[in-house]
Each structure stands twice: as structure tokens, then as C-alpha cells.
Design a protein around this ligand. Structure first.
Ligand SMILES: C[S@@+](CC[C@H](N)C(=O)[O-])C[C@H]1O[C@@H](n2cnc3c(N)ncnc32)[C@H](O)[C@@H]1O
Length: 369
């Protein structure tokens, strides 16, 4: 059978398979054929919009979803997809309106309710955000997810870390535009500050280094010249794929950094984490893992967002902040000596500076009381 005779339903299923596998270009080919035969089919137009979003063609994606809505004004999926694109474009007010329309048409979609709650919280509509979260919970949204979002609103006590699924999904979706967004829009400086603090300690020798929560590899680029072997670990396969494309790392692993470190006893001279511990509240398990994976005199270096009182707090930004006193006390308790903590502006967020600590510790050869 030639492509032109292939039933639309088959082409649409093939496009869906390609989209699920992240092959947006191949999906577009199937969709162009299907739309040639059935140009007014809103679900096909929405799928085309999804493919265009995945390819970073965001304005074309918006046009697609708007067209789907002229064809079928009740196409809830078109609203939700357009909301997602608008969010990526930083058009939060328009994204909020689209999610509200999507949820009004499909009130049982708890995933859209969660997305709506996040936008409501970010726009300062805390009561409406809480209500959306409670509705999402009642409809079966993952309870861990609902609980941590409620905690970010101060409605319940915070969990010790953000749910791994949340972090993974967030960064898988963010991966293609992460660097552009962080370096251009948010003036992200954490890797450079860490490099400034650590590289002078490394001299001209080359070391065994691991980049924890390596993301797309911004930190790895700065560490490579000092590394005999450079490894990276990250929860998000999407971020790891970007890091792999850079060709900087000797090995890359998808997984949780704490479990990863425990499986690699005394392997590293340097463990470094740029803007990663903001997704972990209780850092005691992290310090225990750093102690296990570092060689005697090895270096642990990381950034955290600054908290002026208490130990750690889940902020409305859904990131944790840690106090200097908390970090220092934990380091001491786990056999680390301070090698320098400085306060810096790590990046911008919502028009304000985000202040944090660039912390460097050395692992003592033995634990001291
Ligand atoms: C803001 S990005 C920073 C990426 C990179 N370090 C940089 O500076 O460009 C945070 C990264 O930490 C990863 N991450 C968060 N929690 C993690 C965990 N428990 N284990 C491994 N990776 C984690 C995320 O998937 C994400 O890629």
C-alpha cells in the first residue's frame, strides 16, 4: 500500500509512536501525510503542534494549536498543549488561561490540574492553587507529588527531598532548552563559581572527578582539563542525552546521586554538584554518600540556595534553601573539614537575584569526634 492510501488512523498511530519515542521529525512526516488526507482533524493538528514543540518550533506549535481550536473549540488537548508551549515561551498568564480552559473541558485530568496549580502558585494565587491540588489528589494524582506541591505552599510539612519522578519529568522536558534558558535568561553562574573555588586546589595534576546532577554538562566543560577520568550522573535521561552529545565525559549514568555514590566506595578525588542540592532538603544522606565515595583528602564542592534561619526549607519556587550553619554542621558530623564557603548571587529568578553558598569541603582521612 502506498503512503497516500494508508488509512489516517494508521498514520496517526505511527506518529504517536514516534512522538512517544522522541522522534519528532519522523512523527511530522506521518502527520503531513495524514493531514493531507484529513486536514480538519483536530487531534492530528494537535499532534503536529506537539511535534513542532519538541523541535523547538514554538511559535509554529502555537499556531497549530490555535488552528485546532478553530476547527474544534472543545479540543481540551489543544488548550493543554498550547498552555505548555506558552509556558516554555515564558507567557505564564496566557498559559494559565489555557490550562483553565483545558481543565474546564476535561475536569478529571489530574495532570493538567497539577500543571494549573503550579502556574496559579507562581502567579500568587495560593488559595486557588491549593484547591486545584486537592482536586488533583482526589482524582488520583500521585500523592507524593500533591504533597510536595502543598508543602511548597506552606500547607503541609516538607518532604526530605523532591519526588524523583517530579525532578526527572521536569528536567526531561527542560533538557532541550535548559542551557539557553539558564545562561541567557537566568544568568546562571553556579558552575563558574564552583570552578573558581575548586580549580586552584587541583593544580596541574589530573584527578578522578564526578559531576553529580551533571545535567547537560555545563560543569563538566570546566572540569575536563583537570580530570583524568570525568564521570557524570543525573536522574534525567533527557539531560544525560544532552551531556553525552557534548562528548566530555568518560562515562554517564542515569540515576539518583546518593545510590550512585554508595556503590562507588573511595573512587573519587572530587565530587561536585552545581545547583543540584536544591532538589534535596535533608542533606544527611548526601554527606554520608559523599564520605563513602571520596578518597581521603578528597574534595566535595557544591552550591545551595541560602537560608538565613533554621536548617532547610522548601520554598514557593519548589526548590530547597539551606542555611550555612546546617551545611557546616552536617559536614563536620560526616568527617569533612571546611575549605571555603562564600555567598554569591547564583542566578536570577522572576526578576530577583537568587543568593546562595558556594561550599567546598575536604574529606578528613578519619572521622573525628
Ligand atoms: C538545575 S540542573 C543543574 C545541572 C548542572 N549541574 C548544571 O550546573 O548545569 C539540576 C540537575 O540535577 C539533577 N538532579 C536533581 N536531583 C538529583 C538526584 N537526586 N540525583 C541525580 N541527579 C539529580 C536534575 O535532573 C538536573 O539535571
Amino acid at each position: 500500500m502506498s503512503d497516500l492510501q494508508t488509512p489516517v488512523a494508521t498514520l496517526s498511530a505511527q506518529a504517536e509512536t514516534e512522538l512517544e519515542a522522541g522522534r519528532a521529525l519522523q512523527a511530522l512526516v506521518h502527520l503531513e501525510h495524514a493531514l493531507a488526507a484529513w486536514p480538519e482533524q483536530s487531534s492530528l493538528i494537535v499532534m503536529r503542534g506537539r511535534a513542532l514543540r519538541m523541535l523547538g518550533r514554538l511559535h509554529e506549535a502555537i499556531d497549530c494549536h490555535s488552528k485546532a481550536l478553530t476547527v474544534d473549540p472543545r479540543a481540551a488537548m489543544a488548550y493543554a498543549e498550547r498552555a505548555r508551549v506558552r509556558q516554555e515561551l515564558g507567557e505564564e498568564e496566557a498559559a494559565l488561561a489555557d490550562y483553565q480552559a483545558a481543565v474546564a473541558l476535561a475536569p478529571d485530568r489530574h495532570d493538567w490540574l497539577l500543571a494549573l496549580a503550579v502556574l496559579l502558585a507562581d502567579r500568587g494565587h495560593r488559595d486557588a492553587a491549593r484547591e486545584a491540588l486537592l482536586r488533583a489528589g482526589a482524582l488520583g494524582a500521585p500523592s507524593e507529588h500533591v504533597r510536595f506541591l502543598l508543602a511548597s505552599l506552606g500547607a503541609v510539612p516538607p518532604p526530605p527531598a523532591l519526588p524523583g519522578d517530579y525532578v526527572r519529568t521536569l528536567f526531561d522536558a527542560y533538557a532541550p532548552r535548559f542551557e539557553r534558558h539558564l545562561t541567557r535568561r537566568l544568568h546562571y553562574r553556579a558552575p563558574q563559581y564552583l570552578a573558581d573555588a575548586v580549580l586552584p586546589l587541583l593544580g596541574t595534576r589530573r584527578w578522578q572527578i564526578v559531576d553529580l546532577g551533571c545535567g547537560t554538562g555545563l560543569m563538566g566543560g570546566l572540569l575536563r582539563p583537570s580530570a583524568e577520568r570525568l564521570e557524570g550522573v543525573d536522574l534525567s535521561a533527557g539531560m544525560i542525552a544532552q551531556a553525552r552529545a557534548r562528548g566530555l565525559y568518560d562515562s554517564l549514568h542515569v540515576g539518583d546521586l546518593v545510590a550512585f555514590l554508595h556503590a562507588r566506595s573511595q573512587r573519587y578525588d572530587v565530587c561536585i554538584a552545581a545547583d543540584v542540592f536544591v532538589y534535596l532538603g535533608d542533606l544527611a544522606p548526601v554527606f554520608a554518600a559523599l564520605r563513602a565515595a571520596l578518597r581521603p583528602e578528597g574534595i566535595a564542592a557544591f552550591t545551595v540556595e541560602a537560608l538565613d534561619e533554621g536548617e532547610y526549607r522548601l520554598q514557593p519556587t519548589r526548590r530547597y534553601a539551606h542555611s550555612r550553619r546546617y551545611v557546616e554542621a552536617l559536614a563536620l558530623a560526616h568527617g569533612f573539614a571546611p575549605s571555603g564557603i562564600t555567598r554569591r548571587v547564583l542566578r536570577r529568578d522572576g526578576g530577583s537575584d537568587v543568593s546562595g553558598y558556594v561550599a567546598v569541603f575536604r574529606r578528613r582521612p578519619t572521622m573525628r569526634r
